[in-house]
Write a protein that binds this ligand. Structure first.
Ligand code: DGJ
Length: 560
């Protein structure tokens, strides 16, 4: 724990205050060989985020939010901007809360992701201003199949779209004015978990007309559909596909209007479709009931990509303790056309290994939800947020972020270059190998690890390791509840059997302004049985290895 505090302290010292940026370049995403990084002031940046509660972006609540972010060693706070607050009357804007957010984030040396709570918030319209809510004739609602007006705005209404576009553009114009030079705001979420709760699609007259018309030609071309209407094009999936297109097409125009003012990278978060259990005798969850229909759920990604080219990322919110599901979501959303980013996750003991797993699959950032716990919802919501032990909640994100707060640039850069690997514990897999070019890293989870015994694993499956390749046999290593040792890889042994691996030097240390600084050389008990990373005592180790013949060449030749 002492080490954790030291790390955090060094990290705090090293954190640059968010003073005028070094670069005139707006934060943006960079792609290299199908890998991504968020570039902030010319450098790759790993988002160690913390999302505050929905009603916390208010002057009275913000002090708690900043201390919560500091307590978990976040480098970025994700905070909502409420349409109802910034545009209380049509065309009249109040950016007081936004200014406060930006100024206070700077005081606390934090970056910001702004969350635009506009037309959609969790598949409903709860943050649209009163002047819109009270005038459904001008700003039409979505209707269900029986004509009931829902608390969801119709995505087929030009008036709704124009109103959202105007407000979002005004917000981005303002952000550019106050932050165009400083880059405190690095990313924007457009809408929140869009789609509709209450109906599989909009049946309002305008929507119905569009549904009966031809599928838009561009969508039909990309999806290789024969010309025809939605039913002909999508068969049993017509309703949800129509909802997906309408929602993506609408949000794409909101994004484009914002980017025309200030082209920050922009993403949409996803309330994805959680699988149903076979016992429930259904093959899939119901759109509009168990998740908002038409959002960027797994099955709608192709439509969203086609209809939303201005949207940089579709980013899943993950609220389950099912690790198999997590892996499938990583595989689904980590695509060559979609940087992997988790804007929301549970704030509990599942955090560590999900975070490590995502990092090893190229994630540009990760953020637990509801870091300022004073206003945490009292009851679990349908996504299954279950209150967990207070201690668990606090410790886990903090120990992870403390480790990377400081070398976040190196970690993001190594990821962009494809040199970062992770292994996480799983049931029945307390020992695993990471196959690196030139070496195998053998990771063993849980302690004690008596000689000759299979590692015990941990009772909570929390073991995790990260290995980054800095040079041919030069690695940066860290982790929790794990030992890591290196061996010549099987592939290398096939080519040249007469070789063994040896440690030249193992250094514990830190990155100081981008440069590695060793604090001690590890040897003896600290390296003889691998590098040991126990419990909540994180450290970074840089290890240099070399190979030498296993046998004297002459003897070896004789033996062959
Ligand atoms: C997901 C939403 O995106 C958040 O705004 C919040 O409502 C959480 N669910 C948890 O309540």
């Amino acid at each position: 724990m002492k080490k954790l505090m030291l790390c955090a302290f060094v990290a705090t010292l090293l954190r640059c205050p968010i003073a005028p940026a070094q670069s005139t370049e707006i934060p943006h995403l960079e792609k290299r060989d199908n890998r991504f990084a968020l570039i902030v002031d010319d450098k790759p940046f790993l988002i160690l985020g913390g999302q505050i509660n929905n009603s916390s972006a208010w002057p009275a609540e913000l002090p708690d939010a900043w201390s919560a972010a500091e307590a978990i060693h976040a480098n970025t706070v994700e905070a909502p901007v409420y349409w109802e607050q910034i545009e209380p009357a049509h065309g009249s804007f109040d950016f007081g809360n936004v200014d406060l957010l930006v100024n206070q984030a700077r005081e606390h040396h934090l970056h910001l992701v702004l969350l635009w709570f506009g037309t959609w918030k969790n598949g409903q319209n709860h943050y649209v201003p009163e002047w819109i809510k009270s005038d459904p004739k001008t700003y039409p609602r979505e209707e269900n199949a029986y004509g009931k007006l829902l608390d969801v705005m119709s995505a087929s209404s030009q008036a709704n779209l124009d109103a959202d576009k105007a407000a979002f553009a005004a917000l981005l114009r303002h952000v550019k004015t106050i932050d165009g030079a400083q880059h405190t705001v690095i990313l924007v979420q457009v809408e929140n978990e869009s789609g509709s709760v209450g109906s599989i699609r909009d049946y309002s007259p305008a929507a119905q007309k569009a549904f009966e018309a031809e599928v838009p030609a561009e969508l039909a071309r990309v999806l290789k559909l024969r010309p025809g209407n939605w039913t002909q094009g999508f068969g049993p999936d017509a309703d949800e596909s129509f909802a997906a297109y309408s929602t993506a097409h609408y949000i794409n125009q909101v994004v484009a209007a914002g980017k025309a003012e200030y082209p920050l990278p922009m993403y949409c978060n996803v309330w994805f479709a959680y699988p149903v259990h076979a016992l429930e005798n259904r093959d899939r969850p119901s759109a509009g009931q168990e998740y908002p229909s038409g959002g960027p759920q797994q099955a709608n990604i192709a439509i969203w990509k086609a209809a939303g080219p201005a949207i940089d990322m579709l980013a899943p919110d993950f609220y389950s303790d099912d690790f198999t599901l997590f892996r499938s979501i990583v595989a689904t959303y980590g695509r060559a056309d979609n940087p992997l980013f988790f804007p929301e996750s549970r704030f509990d003991a599942t955090f560590g290994r999900y975070f490590f797993y995502a990092l090893g699959h190229g994630a540009i950032g990760f953020s637990p939800f509801g870091i300022d716990r004073s206003t945490q919802p009292a009851v679990p919501n349908p996504q299954g947020i279950i209150a967990s032990e207070a201690a668990q909640r606090a410790v886990n994100p903090a120990e992870n972020f403390a480790l990377f707060h400081g070398p976040e640039q190196q970690i993001a850069e190594l990821n962009l270059e494809g040199r970062l690997y992770t292994a996480v514990e799983d049931r029945g897999a307390a020992r695993q190998a990471i196959h690196l070019p030139g070496a195998d890293a053998v990771v063993s989870f849980g302690f004690p690890q008596p000689d000759g015994a299979y590692p015990p694993g941990t009772s909570t499956l929390q073991g995790r390791a990260l290995v980054a390749q800095l040079g041919p046999l030069d690695f940066l290593v860290t982790g929790f509840d794990v030992s890591v040792s290196f061996a010549v890889s099987a592939a290398a042994l096939d080519k040249q059997p007469n070789q063994q691996m040896e440690i030249l030097r193992a250094e514990e240390g830190q990155y100081v302004e981008g440069t590695w600084q060793a604090t001690r050389i590890l040897n003896g008990d600290q390296t003889d049985r691998g590098l040991n990373f126990r419990g909540s005592s994180p450290s970074l180790v840089r290890i240099h290895l070399h190979t030498l013949p296993l046998y004297d060449e002459a003897v070896h030749r004789g033996a062959q």
